[in-house]
Design a protein around this ligand. Structure first.
Ligand code: UGA
Ligand code: MN
Length: 347
């Protein structure tokens, strides 16, 4: 009897303790409480922290990607475009640079075009307008452009005899590439949709262009300017700025009184300004050294309106290099012997 009573007491005590425990557990934690305890935080807190951590990671990764694309953009804009495309990041709409290059048949022509192409391939939103000084488009240039990998337009116009340099005539006697640049501008005004923004640059085929100059000129509102190396019989020529940071004169020795004493390679014009002054072109009849000025005067621009680039015109990013005419003494001898080199090999 006492044993039965003892068992009953044990049973009741057990019942009270276990039921009490369950009630306590449920009241303090709620259903599923046992699994919600992690590291002392509630489940919600835990996920909140995890989310914040993941967000911070994503932000850091995004920052790294931005740094990579910015770095690429400076040096290899095309590569930056590719990275953006892979990551599905839309690259911002930037004005297209239209580079107009007059060119003519001569032994070094293909080498010049290769050098230019391998610079321009690194420039994003770039359109090359190659204008041959010839009656017909040559096979060499046509083939070359087809395989260049660049968006391009191939045009041709032969400089009229009156202005064409004669063989062995000193090159400064007549302006070069004028008709070619002008029909390049015609093409742009006729073919680029009005809504599109652009910058026009006159890129002779023998100069040397750093990639940075294209980055700089892309912001051109009217006319932007910068120094040019190895020109005018000097180490460099450049626009000089006043205290307000505007162009006041030019550092040049030759003909310093030209309205715009700059080489062709030292400025770019916005497509907007060309549209506002659609008849402005280079004047082939202008005095020696005044071809650049002839266009800029017609564009109605004032010196104060010029936009100085390249760190306040203190950096040379373009060089007026000139390629030496190759010596073909041996080739000439072989020609007289009736044994010229294999014409099927393009140089
Ligand atoms: C300098 C300037 O840098 C040129 O922009 C300017 O056109 C020239 O003077 C001028 O006074 O007219 P420079 O190096 O002496 O340049 O000229 P080139 O490089 O021989 O010619 C300028 C451009 O015209 C080149 O792209 C060249 O391929 C082209 N050109 C030259 C022709 O289309 N046809 C020619 O008969 C000669
Ligand atoms: Mn040149």
């Amino acid at each position: 009897m006492r044993r039965i009573l003892r068992n009953r007491i044990i049973f009741i005590a057990y019942f009270i303790v276990s039921t009490g425990s369950i009630i306590w557990l449920v009241s303090t934690c709620g259903p599923g409480c046992t699994t919600e305890h992690v590291g002392g935080d509630s489940m919600a807190d835990y996920y909140k922290h995890e989310l914040e951590r993941t967000r911070a990671n994503v932000r850091q990764t995004e920052k790294k990607i931005r740094t990579i694309t910015q770095t690429l953009n400076k040096q290899y804009a095309k590569a930056a475009d590719a990275v953006n495309e892979i990551l599905g990041i839309e690259s911002p709409q930037i004005p297209t640079i239209y580079a107009i290059t007059p060119t003519y048949t001569r032994p070094v022509q293909k080498a010049e075009l290769v050098r230019l192409t391998q610079t321009f391939l690194h420039v994003s939103n770039f359109h090359w307008i190659v204008v041959e000084d010839s009656e017909r488009k040559t096979q060499l240039v046509s083939r070359f452009l087809t395989n260049s990998g660049l968006p391009y337009t191939h045009l041709n116009v032969k400089t009229t005899d009156e202005y064409k340099l004669k063989e062995n005539e000193a090159s400064w006697r007549k302006p070069r590439g004028v008709d070619q640049r002008n029909i390049g501008v015609d093409w742009i005004l006729e073919n680029v949709p009005q809504a599109e923004e652009g910058v026009v640059y006159f890129a002779d085929d023998d100069n040397t262009y750093s990639l940075q100059i294209f980055d700089e000129m892309r912001t051109t509102q009217k006319v932007s300017v910068w120094p040019v190396g190895l020109v005018g019989g000097l180490r460099f020529e450049r626009p000089l700025l006043n205290d307000a940071g505007k162009v006041s004169s030019w550092y040049t020795v030759w003909e310093p009184n030209r309205p715009f004493a700059m080489d062709m390679a030292g400025f770019a014009v916005s497509l907007k300004l060309f549209r506002q002054q659609p008849h402005a072109r280079f004047d082939i009849t202008s005095r020696r050294g005044y071809v650049e000025s002839s266009l800029l005067v017609q564009l109605g621009i004032r010196k104060e309106d010029l936009e100085p680039l390249a760190e306040k015109c203190s950096k040379v990013l373009v060089w007026h290099t000139r390629t030496e005419k190759p010596k073909w003494k041996q080739e000439d001898k072989l020609i007289t012997l009736g044994k010229p080199s294999d014409p099927r090999i393009e140089v």
